[in-house]
Design a binder for this molecule. Sequence first.
Ligand code: DAH
Length: 378
Amino acid sequence: MSTPTETELDALGGAIAGEIDGAGSIGALEEIRVSALGKKGRVSLLMKSLGQMSPEERQTMGPALNGLKVRITDLIQGKKDALEAAALDARLETERVDITLPVAPELEGRIHPVSQVTDELVAIFADMGFSLAEGPDIEDDFHNFTALNFPPAHPAREMHDTFFLKQDDAELQAQQKGGRAAANEPPKVLRTHTSPVQIRHMMANKPPIRIIVPGRTYRCDSDQTHTPMFNQIEGLVIDKATHMGHLKGCLIEFIKAFFEIDEINYRFRPHFFPFTEPSAEMDIGYTVDENGEQKIGHGGQFMEILGCGMVHPNVLKNCGLDPDEYQGFAFGLGVDRLAMLKYGIRDLRPFWEADQRWLKHYGFRPLDMPNLAGGLSR
Ligand code: DAH
């Protein structure tokens, strides 16, 4: 190979720079790199020929060739960066998302009215400083009845249409081995109310106590407004100076927040529950409009909405609390019935039929989480 002149080198550099400039893709650029700087590339071959040059030639050609190599390397890198940036821009352009468009396909899932109402109740009571407690669906006689001051064979036990569980064989055997007569153990029950969680919580925690307990409950009952499984929410407050005024204030505020109204017509009617003394039922006023829809709030007609009362001293004692030191109030209400009232659902049975058409009509959008600041039911 004859030694190139400076003009020839310049021409070669210019040609390669032109090729680089015109490269339309990373692949094409790579081909140019190989053809210039690869093992048999045009610049590499010239560099190899340095060995056959005279020392004088080498003195000028060495730096010139090196300069050419550096220049081409830089040009290739610059072009590569530009091509990559352009590819990224193009990709981002195709992946552009307009977040102001409605979701497509339309969001399908719906939140069940019972879940919605439970979330609303939790939001309201959490705002008042209550925390959440839970208990098992399968209860024993002690927690469901005895500790709640239902005397043995008291007719109140029958009020509840209890589902009793069969004694499990394994349990029977274990009891026999332990020398205990199985027949003396009362059968387990499906809890008939959420009140047993009061007992569990008071036995495991020191006052002050402020809890709500949403959960499934069971009674052998079935018609348009009763199903064998239904949902209740229980409230319990225990402290040293809690009185009936606190109970009333708490429940009136709760009803106003839940029905999202400023004024409410209400009354507390004396009632009987074994676990509270005094006991009451709270009624709220409503009117019926020309379409037969109930409107909660004002009006001279009253409907029962919940049971409540001051926790019975026997219940406190059963949980190891001294009734001379502690007192409190409790309340319990049906979550399904609240959902029916607030959202105008007339029949309870479809709640548990898992019919998508029903859920689409009465259900709630998953992204609309109820909270007091943003609105419970919007
Ligand atoms: N456990 C009652 C029921 O299921 C409801 C109830 C009434 C709960 C009064 C309470 C209460 O805590 O104080 O009918």
